[in-house]
Write a protein that binds this ligand. Structure first.
Ligand code: ADP
Ligand code: ZN
Ligand code: ZN
Length: 742
């Protein structure tokens, strides 16, 4: 006998509330997670519908009190069913409770009393309003609040709800009453608005080139014949992938279906977002990570009610409740931001493929530098590979020069800018062309250390270095801990203590010194803190208000500046030194994207890669823009060491504010794993990359297996154990399948 947990209300606050029902034998096959069922409910056994969110073999309650499920709703294609199945998929494959998974998939519904920004305006003409006001005042005992409100609205177009109720002290009942009488409007304002469309901007009329056409036609033909596949479009930078997406999107929308487009980060892909707008107008909505849960909920409601048919957004846009989803696009498929960093730690790629299967939809993954995961699946035929070999308008790829920094150093140049790069910069500036200088952020941060003994000053609450900030303070970037900058080294007493300036800042100074006439813009975490920081800098550079753009990896993502003819990569190998097995892949991706920024317009481009490891395969193959060569070397390395995608990994993290208990629990779990699956490869337990964060100690265990389900079984065993465990209940444990930031 099986038992099912059923939820009867999809609203967010009620997800916790499940009811247990018996699954009658004859329904056993049909009752799966997500399915809609009819159940007898309450005293009168009213027949109502609900959704199955969990199944188990043992009843959680007294069986004699349980009622059986009446029937399964046939062909329940309800979008809710799909989303609940999706939640079940997240729970099963990434590790979380059903509740956490449901909350990931179903957005938070605004509570009635949630303070919303509301605006009050007149629903009638000014003339009528004056009459109303006069009539009101003619009454001997009228509501003064109404009078104040009407007077104010005769002066201003709209009035903030807060202002009206607090400052003008208009009682809520008065406002509601005027609303009921049709005198005022109350409108909830979204602080997020769709960007203003410049209708005059004449959209470039684009005809797909042969390669693009062939790609789009192939996908459309499959869709028309009911074949729903996953495609990987591998197209060099500037090959026009976005135009292919849009062509297929139009086709799908004309079929009356909807589209989800995932992009890595809105702020950084502003241009791309605008292209979807200019093409599809009001059909498009955008989710962004700065939105409040309420705003997100609003956008999802618009999707549900078919007000829009395209949702563009980060990975969470994947859960847009489109009832008739036809296509999911994941642009820049290789981006690490597609992996969730909170439980359940799902990957948008796998989850998209699963959702598409449920919905009968097509998936398009696109990248100039596909992830090893996606490309190996394409090789195995699981995804269909489509290659765009050349740039959209036949522009040449940038030529690439590698500068050996060791030789540069030996010949006496200690500057961040090599002679060759400097020479090219001078040339470009004299021709009024633009330059981008890219500095890999990692490793070049302004942390505080002692030059005498090498001691690094760390946060007392976290196992990370402190950073120097203006005003003579040091700060922890993880917990915000702030303290006065040290004058002497706490370890050796020397006074040679200081910080290395953040690389981008230093670079800016050097460029300004070398080229005083050049107009320089810098884009990094410091300069983009404002709400529109990114957009403003990018727009200014696009308008050629600056000659040189200096930045971290932020500047290499998908921007299309036609006048950029030189890209300088200041220190290519910094990301190679990371211990993570992804470091070769990340370096290749960053360099290839950076090189791809040059020469997108009429003038040919040059990229200069400065490196200490000129022979490294990631550096060489990105200089040659040769993905195949990179892939074949990298996959061989992964195969040799049995790393993903040639295997699967499971990270298990135990955390606790008591170090002893974090260690103890990690050891207990390691033992449990050995008993559950004696053959499995275990690494650890060891301290996490950041072993202490905000005074919480973190231990990790990594497992490796060829078979994903083997790892899932271990996760399930641990989950079961944790439920019953009496010891170490003050620790917490989470899972990370195929971790990206190990
Ligand atoms: P990708 O996404 O592959 O980097 P994009 O789609 O951004 O490439 O295209 C690069 C540039 O080429 C864009 O400015 C785009 O408008 C232009 N473009 C793409 N396809 C064509 C085409 N068939 N004809 C003319 N211009 C095109
Ligand atoms: Zn010291
Ligand atoms: Zn800290």
């Amino acid at each position: 006998m099986k038992y099912a947990d059923v939820i009867i209300d999809i609203s967010h606050e009620r997800l916790d509330k499940t009811f247990e029902y018996i699954v009658p034998d004859e329904l056993e096959e049909q009752v799966v997670e997500g399915v809609q069922v009819v159940i007898p409910f309450g005293q009168g056994n009213r027949a109502i519908t609900g959704y199955v969110v969990g199944l188990h073999d043992k009843p959680g309650f007294d069986v004699t009190k349980l009622k059986p499920i009446a029937r399964v709703v046939k062909d329940s294609i309800a979008i809710e069913s799909q989303l609940i199945s999706l939640a079940a998929f997240l729970k099963r494959n990434y590790g979380s409770t059903m509740n956490q998974a449901l909350k990931t998939v179903i957005p938070i519904k605004k509570k009635e009393n949630e303070k919303m920004k509301k605006e009050i305006s007149l629903a009638i003409s000014l003339e009528q309003a004056k009459i109303e006001l006069n009539e009101l005042m003619a009454k001997p005992r009228h509501a003064l609040g109404k009078e104040r409100l009407l007077r104010e609205l005769l002066e201003v177009d709209t009035l903030d709800w807060e202002l009206a109720t607090k400052k003008l002290q208009v009682p809520t009942a008065n406002i509601r009453d005027l609303e009921k009488k049709g005198i005022v409007h109350i409108e909830s304002v979204r602080t997020f608005r769709n960007p203003h469309l410049n209708k005059d901007a004449n959209r470039k009329q684009i005809t797909l080139n042969e390669e693009q056409e062939a790609a789009a036609e192939q996908i459309k033909a499959d869709i028309d014949t009911g074949r729903h596949k996953t495609y990987l479009i591998h197209g060099v930078t500037g090959s026009g992938k976005t135009e292919v997406y849009m062509d297929v999107m139009e086709h799908v929308i004309n079929l009356g279906q909807q589209v989800i487009v995932l992009i890595p980060e809105i702020a950084l892909t502003y241009q791309t977002v605008m292209r979807f707008y200019t093409r599809f107008g009001d059909k498009v909505s955008i989710l962004n990570s700065r939105m409040s849960p309420g705003e997100r909920f609003d956008q999802f409601e618009r999707a549900k009610s078919c007000e829009i048919s395209i949702m563009v957004g980060p990975r969470s846009a994947l859960f847009t409740p489109f009832a008739n989803l036809g296509l999911i696009i994941i642009d820049e498929e290789h981006e690490p931001s597609y992996k969730s960093e909170v439980i359940p730690r799902y990957h948008a790629r796998e989850t998209a493929v699963y959702r598409a299967k449920l919905a009968g939809a097509t998936v398009i993954l696109g990248s100039a530098t596909p992830s090893l995961e996606a490309y190996s699946r394409a090789e195995e035929g699981e995804y269909q590979l489509i290659t765009l070999h050349s740039r959209a308008m036949g522009q040449d790829m940038a030529t690439c020069e590698i500068v050996d920094l060791r030789a540069e150093l030996q010949s006496g140049n200690r500057s961040m800018i090599s002679r060759r790069l400097k020479e090219l910069m001078a040339d470009r500036l004299s021709k009024n062309q633009q330059i981008m200088l890219f500095l890999n952020r990692r490793g070049l941060m302004g942390f505080v250390s002692c030059r005498a003994c090498g001691h690094v000053l760390k946060c007392p609450h976290c196992d990370v270095a402190l950073h120097l900030h203006s005003g003579g303070i040091m700060k922890c970037h993880y917990c915000g801990f702030t303290t006065k900058a040290a004058k002497i080294c706490p370890s050796c007493g020397s006074k040679y203590i200081g910080s290395f300036k953040a690389g981008t800042q230093r670079l800016e100074e050097i460029v300004k010194e070398a080229f005083p006439q050049a107009r320089v813009l810098r884009m990094d975490a410091d300069t983009t803190s404002g709400k529109n920081g990114h957009e403003e800098i990018l727009a200014a550079f696009a308008a050629h208000e600056a000659d040189v753009l200096i930045g971290t990896q932020m500047i290499v993502k998908g921007h299309d500046f036609a006048n950029v003819t030189l890209v300088g990569i200041i220190a290519a190998d910094i990301s190679l030194n990371e211990s993570d097995f992804h470091s070769g892949e990340r370096t290749f991706q960053l360099l290839t994207q950076a090189v791809g920024r040059a020469g997108r317009g009429v003038e040919p481009g040059i990229a200069v890669i400065q490196t200490y490891q000129p022979e490294n395969y990631a550096v060489v193959s990105s200089a040659n823009q040769d993905y195949d060569s990179f892939y074949s070397q990298e996959i061989a390395f992964r195969r040799l060491l049995s790393y993903p995608p040639c295997s699967h990994m499971l990270g298990i993290q135990v955390s606790c504010d008591k170090q002893k208990d974090a260690y103890g629990q990690a050891d207990v779990l390691a033992d449990l794993i050995r008993r559950t699956d004696p053959e499995i490869v275990i690494m650890g337990p060891e301290d996490a990359y950041i072993g202490k964060l905000k005074d919480v100690y973190r231990r990790v265990i990594y497992l490796r297996a060829d078979d994903y389900d083997r790892l899932v079984r271990i996760k399930d065993a641990i989950d079961k154990f944790l439920l019953e465990q009496k010891q170490y209940r003050n620790t917490s444990t989470w899972f990370d399948f195929d971790p990206i930031n190990t």
